[in-house]
Design a binder for this molecule. Structure first.
Ligand code: ATP
Ligand code: MG
Length: 748
């Protein structure tokens, strides 16, 4: 049955779907249906009888490809399964699997992940006797990756005067040599890294016209989503593939280009116009995703960028609620406010946790959020990243801490005995383990007395390690968990190791380490905490690392947590953007130039436009940094949103404000009262002497008074893992579900 496109699409969208022949480009605002157009375009081609094998659709993430395939399948049935659809890397890896022999690689080539690449680079740096602090693997690989994405080969790299000057200025003149060695070693090992997949596809198409021809004939229709984030290498591949049939359709939004730091190049859009003078351009201006307030707010932000194609995006959806801004006293407090807000919006709006997403600029920010969500028993999933306690650097430091508390923890010994590197090789470690087995000792006993089991040349570093652990045991017996952990992080060499790594990933690991120490500091600073020892802290997080994570990983309804970068293209009913502070967002690292600041602003634009109905922004006035509470300034981006679309919601004096979870704020005296706009007046005004009662014995049927909602009767109580929810029928505002520990209630 033919699809009625005109009922599913607006005029411009339908025109773009029908225009199947020739080059076309849709550069349009967020939520305007670009991805939807691609999906229906594919459906239309299939309906017209095009073979699914002749269609290539390139998406930015595997998840996006899966979603698109599912949507097409809904429309056209199982034919969708034969489409060529996926990320650039997955599609061209598949092609190289059948063609790699033409460029000298085995077809069964291995794909190196970033860890493999790092290990290999580490070895090469060592063999060439270079300083491994200066030639940090991740940094060198970053330079190589940038070169590959611009299709700069080893020979070009070695012979380019300006690259040479750059590397010399950075005091790293040997990067070219490292690039050469690295490529030779990969080639010999029959391996390609991620960038090689694209680089080698380009080589294949350049050197083997017959192969290029074959794929040009095969991919008669080429489509690219999120075109603004393609790099030069990707641009060239699509150009070559489409050169013959010229049926190429790209969609994107220059205002959402957020991968310049990985080599994405906005000039690809401009090049496209030059490459295809017969180009058809479609404009989509209506946003179908978000409320008017959200669209207007997003427009008011992106207007601050100079380097932007002008676009007027509008919405015909309802105005919706104003954008809420939450102000918290600390990052933990921020987590609590966000979690409480999610809980109450879910209960009062009868939503599912799938409707909510929390977006942050850096991975380290997930910790405070995860902790608060767990405390309210709210399930969550972390997309595109590991849960905080599963990250390698966190597990490493936690292993040291565990070992300090329990020397029989064999897994912990194995994990850190040679991390950071201290000259204890794998053979020595195996020897220690077999000795312990054979002689019926614990591994720790053998490690601590290694000099009795092996020659001193081998045993010295092992004994040195044991001495370190013993000194940690001594510190932990005198100091609280924070002081002990800080000492261990420094003394073990972990901090220094992470600090030296200046790559983006390295920075993120350093931030995570800092965040773990912040968490421990907050743990010991809690006035209600009696046992502040390292052992008590570990016990607390052991619960997190085992049971909660399993729960959180379960399928089903869950709040999504992710970085803004990985949220591109997605949509959620309610979105929280947390950490709206200077130096965090915009990131301190990224605001050294106007161009960088504009990229951060585009990132903010991407974040705002993920929300369908409700957008909440939050910031903390202080944040722990290395265990010290630092004050933070709110982000300049908050001031860039036209204030008429914003509700600064930290209004909090008794009786003031319209916050549905105001009772959460009210217990915090340090939140500043500000009169909110558009207050929906309730008749109830809390008496000046309002004092909450002890609600530990609250019963159904009890009449209560709430500091904001007024009088009501408890209709149900439910306790789950220590958290009690009360359903209360209020006389003026109707039914509300409140968390008892936050709600200020007076019994009557
Ligand atoms: P982004 O820039 O964030 O990638 P996009 O331009 O790709 O956004 P889509 O994800 O395709 O936008 O569409 C946004 C939402 O609007 C989707 O839920 C989509 O189904 C819906 N939508 C788009 N066009 C229409 C339409 N004509 N009628 C109804 N819903 C639409
Ligand atoms: Mg899209």
């Amino acid at each position: 049955m033919a699809l009625d496109y005109l009922s599913l699409l607006n005029g411009s969208q339908a025109a773009a779907v029908m225009q199947t022949e020739g080059p076309c480009m849709i550069i349009a605002g967020a939520g305007s249906g670009k991805t939807r157009v691609l999906t229906y375009r594919i459906a239309n081609l299939l309906e017209k009888g095009v073979d699914p094998f002749n269609i290539l659709a390139l998406t930015f993430t595997n998840k996006a490809a899966k979603e698109m395939r599912a949507r097409v399948e809904k429309v056209v049935g199982p034919a969708a399964r034969s489409l060529w659809m996926g990320t650039f890397h997955s599609v061209f890896a598949k092609i190289l699997r059948s063609e790699a022999d033409k460029i000298g690689y085995p077809r069964s080539f291995t794909i190196y992940d970033s860890q493999d690449s790092k290990t290999l680079m580490g070895q090469i740096v060592k063999e060439l006797e270079l300083d491994d602090k200066l030639y940090k693997s991740s940094l060198v690989l970053g330079r190589i990756s940038a070169a590959k994405n611009k299709l700069i080969s080893v020979n070009q790299y070695l012979n380019d005067a300006s690259i040479k000057a750059d590397d010399e200025a950075a005091l790293r003149p040997k990067i070219g040599v490292l690039y050469q060695q690295y490529q030779q070693r990969c080639f010999k090992a029959g391996a390609m890294d991620f960038d090689d997949l694209l680089f080698n596809t380009n080589v294949l198409f350049k050197d083997h016209v017959d192969v290029l021809n074959k794929y040009q004939n095969m991919f008669r229709y080429v489509m690219v989503d999120e075109y603004q984030d393609t790099n030069y290498s990707q641009y060239l591949i699509t150009r070559k593939l489409a050169a013959k049939e010229r049926n190429i359709c790209v969609v994107g939004d220059d205002a959402q280009s957020i991968y310049a730091f990985r080599g994405a190049d906005i000039t690809n859009i401009l090049n496209f116009e030059k490459d295809y003078p017969e180009l058809q351009v479609f404009k989509l201006e209506q946003n179908y995703r978000s409320t008017k307030n959200i669209v207007w707010a997003a427009n008011s932000v992106i207007k601050n960028n100079q380097a932007q194609l002008r676009k007027d995006v509008f919405s015909e959806n309802e105005d919706g609620t104003l954008i809420e801004v939450l102000k918290a006293a600390s990052d933990n407090e921020e987590g609590k406010l966000v979690a409480a807000s999610i809980f109450e919006d879910k209960m009062n709006g009868h939503l599912s946790y799938d409707n909510f997403a929390i977006l942050y600029r850096t991975n380290a920010q997930s910790r405070a959020m995860e902790e608060s969500l767990r405390k309210l028993n709210i399930k969550y999933k972390i997309v595109g990243g590991l849960s905080f306690y599963q990250r390698k650097e966190i597990k490493d430091l936690v292993a040291y801490l565990r070992l300090t508390v329990n020397q029989n923890d064999e897994q912990a010994i194995r994990r850190v005995i040679n991390y950071p590197k201290r000259g204890i090789g794998d053979t020595t470690i195996s020897k220690l383990i077999t000795t312990a087995d054979e002689q019926n000792h614990t591994l720790w006993e053998v490690v601590a007395n290694a000099d009795q089991f092996m020659p001193s040349r081998v045993s010295n570093p092992v004994v040195g390690f044991a001495e370190k652990i013993k000194s940690y045991i001594a510190v932990a017996s005198k100091e609280d968990a924070f002081e002990a952990a800080k000492f261990i992080a420094k003394n073990s060499g972990m901090l220094e190791e992470l600090y030296a790594d200046k790559s983006i990933e390295g920075l993120s690991r350093y931030e995570n380490m800092q965040e773990l120490l912040n968490g421990i500091k907050e743990y010991v600073d809690d006035p209600e905490r009696e046992d502040k020892s390292l052992g008590a802290f570990l016990q607390d997080i052991a619960l997190v690392t085992d049971s909660d994570l399993k729960d959180a990983a379960q399928e089903g309804e869950a709040v999504t947590l992710m970085t803004i970068h990985s949220a591109k293209g997605l949509e959620f009913r309610n979105v929280y953007i947390v950490g709206m502070e200077e130096n965090l967002f915009p990131s301190q690292m990224m605001i050294t130039s106007r161009a960088d600041l504009e990229e951060e602003r585009r990132l903010f634009y991407v974040a705002i436009t993920r929300a369908e109905k409700k957008l909440t922004l939050s910031y903390a006035t202080s944040r722990y940094q290395w265990g010290n509470l630092r004050s933070c300034e709110k982000s300049r981006f908050l001031d860039e949103i036209d204030p008429q679309y914003v509700n600064f919601k930290f209004a909090a004096g008794p009786g003031a404000g319209e916050s549905p979870f105001q009772h959460v704020f009210e217990r915090r005296s340090n939140l500043v009262p500000v009169a909110p706009r558009k207050v929906q007046a309730t008749k109830y005004v809390a008496p000046a002497d309002f004092t909450p009662s002890d609600t530990s014995n609250l019963q159904s049927g009890q009449r209560v008074e709430h500091a904001k909602f007024g009088f009501g009767v408890v209709s149900a109580l439910e306790t789950q893992q220590g958290t009690t929810k009360a359903t209360i029928q209020f006389e003026e505002v109707g039914e509300k579900v409140l968390l008892l520990s936050f709600a200020k209630l007076r019994l009557h």
